[in-house]
Design a protein around this ligand. Sequence first.
Ligand SMILES: C[S@@+](CC[C@H](N)C(=O)[O-])C[C@H]1O[C@@H](n2cnc3c(N)ncnc32)[C@H](O)[C@@H]1O
Length: 364
Amino acid sequence: MLETAGENEPIATAVVTSAREVPTMSKSARKRLLKQQLLEARKTERKAAEKERRRKDLERRRREWDDKLTGASEEERARLLESRKEMRRERMEKRTDDRGKRAERLRRSAEVGQKVVIDLEFSGLMSSGEIQSLAHQILYCYAANRKCESPAHLWLTGCKGEIGTQLQRISGYDKWIIEKEEKSYIEQFQDQKEKLLYLTADAENTLEELDDNKIYIIGGLVDRNRWKGITMKKANEQGIQSARLPIGDYVKLASSQVLTVNQVVEILLKFLETRDWKNAFFDVIPLRKRGAVDTECGDTVNVAKIERECNEASEAEITEDRGEEDEFDDVFLVTKKQRSELTTDDTDLTETADDTNVADDNKT
Ligand SMILES: C[S@@+](CC[C@H](N)C(=O)[O-])C[C@H]1O[C@@H](n2cnc3c(N)ncnc32)[C@H](O)[C@@H]1O
């Protein structure tokens, strides 16, 4: 799509032209394709603009720092360098401390946390791209859980095959504090079958509360609901309970009530923290899906959030370069290029995080 845009041609214009030029499609399919391409093009444009803004900001801060040093006396210069060193040291200490606390909370969640399972037995029904998207969504689930004061006890069951391979590709995955299980949840929890509850948008029952005795299962699927009803069918066949989130009681959605895996996990986490569904839905479901005007803001909510975390991760890379251990922080797919950008002399001024490979995070 991007390749079709001429040098000075806005991407969106190129997209409109290319989608209009597909003669074999029905009118509604063309409209759908156009809408999807426009959204993607806008996202790309926004990402490029954001990257440029970060680059300029970094440049400006570097310049300011250099000017400050150049204009300073020998004594003042030494003082500035020393205070920068001190700031770095304090920041690193705080980060190490925070990491330790987070790891401890995650370990404790294995004893006291709400059990939430992501069912990874659907690899055969997804394309490679969709499986890669799913791996990214799982990354977001882990990132969200790790930030919670009272994290859930997260499980990945049926964790093998292509999804297992994709997860392994995420840097830092090996150190995640999460249950990774090749067995299916039905085998894993065979003696607790009555506690299993499949969350599915197609269920008749609505979830009202979260019961810490229950084990909530989420379908690890990115299928744009091509496999509509598949998790409902699975739960029925296995004779386990099912329920849907009470979205309709609190929010009016512009499109279907089928959410992404990470959105569902984040909603559960928010609800565990606040016991307030409305708050959880408003906090997690993007504005665009909530039927609000399709503003820049609506589409960027999640990307911006992840990018902020990537900044955190970028800083962690610096820490890592200094030989510190961490169970997670290099997880945000930091590229080689970023790594080298981050290890320049001005790393402590660096706030940049490039492409985060998150283009697919809102695919259902
Ligand atoms: C992208 S959806 C998969 C849709 C799939 N066609 C299906 O039949 O479940 C990912 C998973 O998130 C959970 N989910 C999504 N929306 C939900 C809702 N409104 N209520 C409960 N669970 C939901 C379900 O576990 C679902 O399998």
